[in-house]
Design a protein. Sequence first.
Length: 706
Amino acid sequence: MSIITLISTVVLLLMATAFTTFQYYSFRESEKNKLSSLALVIASNSSAALAFDSKEDANEILDALKADKHIVVACLYNNQGEVFAVYPATLNKEELPQKPPKSGMDFKQAFLEGYQPVVQKNLHLGTLYIKSDLENIYVQMKSNTIIAFFLIAVALLITYILSKVLQKTISHPIIALERTAKIISEGKDYSVRADKNGNDELGSLTDAFNQMLSQIEIQNSEIKKANEESTKLAAIVASSADAILSCSLDLIITSCNASTERIVEFSCEELIGRPASLLIHPDHQNRIVEIISQLKSGNNIDSFETQFVTKTGKVLDVSLTISPVNSSENDLTGLSLTARDITLQKESERKIVENEEQLRLAVEAAELATYDWDLKKETLHGDKRFSELVGLQQDDYNSDKGIFFKSIHEEDRERVNQLVKSALNKSFSGGTFDVEYRIVKENKKLKWVRAKGKVFFDQDEKPVRFIGTVLDITNKKQEEIRKNDFIAIISHELKTPLTTIRSYVQLLLSKAKKEGDAFTINSLTRTESQAKKMTSMIKDFLSLARIEEGKLQLSMEAVDLAPLLEEIYHEAYLLNSQHVIELKDCVDLKVWADRDKLGQVLINLISNAIKYSPHGSTITIGCEKQGDEKVKIYVKDEGIGISQQDQEKLFNRFYRVDNERVKTVSGFGIGLYIVSEILLYHNSKIMVESMEGKGSTFYFSLNTHA
Ligand code: ADP
């Protein structure tokens, strides 16, 4: 609006000035013409007066000039140049020009003056001088100027009104665009669009503006995405445990992450601008040069192992990946180096190799055979010695695991099978496997072996791997068998006379009771108790021998617990009457077991409870029904208890706790071993809960039926 108004004003002013100037000059010309004509008329009228030298006539003629109020002076000179007549008559002659100059009209200051020769028939009679003011011009100019200003004002008003109207069509869309641009630049929201009004140039401009916004919006979201992506990448690089460096193509370091500083001990500031070869061990420099030239020729290089040297000169094993960095035009512009410190890993690998070698030597020296059963891949690998021991080819037992069991002596097969099954059950065995059994070789020769193993489980406690060793114990076993046979023979030989002794003692006891001989009764009762103790010990020795030979035989039946426990209770009571023995909740409960062996188990547990708890304390023999399938049987005492450490070894053969209290009690350390073995044959397991000084509870579960 201002511009339009300004331009209009300038144009109008210029026009008004031009017009006024033109008018001024044309007014002046016309005034000049008018005065010339008047001068000519007066001059020709005055010729007679001059010719006849009649001043009176001359004055009269000049006086006629009164009609024109703008004629201020008029004068007639005679031929000699003397003033002949003047107008107005009162005019001071001093004010007149002395001599009439040449003819012509001229503007002088605010007047127009001029000379007109008075001529009659080519005779010069004198000169008329005439002077007019320019009031006429001024008046006209004034009115013209007023009109011009009025017209300018009107024109400006019209311009203003017109520009107001135009503003709506031109400025409005532009202002709308400007407002939109402002919103966008302040709020950085490129989803805003300008409103389009009409299909003229401004409509096209709005369209173009909106299109540009769409483009910016797309680019902006791409930039945002790229920024987010690069922020993420930067965070990954910064937090990576690997050293990550970027280099130019000539391997000058341009940036590095925090882990680089930690690994190579140089700060990034020290590294940037220096060659990456600074970090690479001199022995590996050539290889790096070779790899980089391969990368440059477009080949991809896998990560490889090399060595770095740190600032303090430490040599590190690293796994290095060199990757090309390409521009958006896919030109190779640089390289990125990712180095993982594998010094510890390498060290452990070296240690593993060493350990493996040591182990191999030890296994070789100990003449151990080793096996590795991968339960996932279902492969069974044994070393040469293992194949020799089992008398089978690796391919045979690998393809058919059954064949391996067939090499086991048939009397041991089921037992070994059961132990393998329980080793594979983590909750049952903890994955340990330790068994002695016989192998029947092709030539029918027997070999005794001791197989020890460990099962590894996955997160779901599923067995995945079973590895272990097998040792040929034939010689040792044969000696043991001879010893066991000897014990068995002795035990057996002792059993018969002892039975006879016990029957005679019982006979004598009933006789003494009849006679009321207190001393004899007492002596014979003690003798019977000791004989019973011996019977039970002999029974254990016989069982031990049978277990060792793998010959323990069970005769399973449904055992009524209450009467069995009653018998044992009496037997125990006979052994010792200084403890309170309680029977709890066992009435009407049955279990599927070998009655005699179960009795042996319970006698062992009760006699231990008696042995290892103080006089007067209570021993509880109790039962707990576990659903319909199982019954838990426990023997609880208030005795010396067993440390956690000892609890783990308690069921080993000949194990006795090494403390003063135990040393005073007689025993061989075979009772609990027999208990655990007998229960193993019943597919059960003896467990113990104990606290030193508080007492122990031994318990196990048995099935209620077959
Ligand atoms: P022992 O003939 O020595 O009793 P066992 O095999 O029966 O042999 O027991 C092994 C060891 O376990 C015992 O020497 C004893 O130290 C410990 N022990 C067994 N039962 C108990 C118990 N009820 N209280 C404390 N210690 C026990």
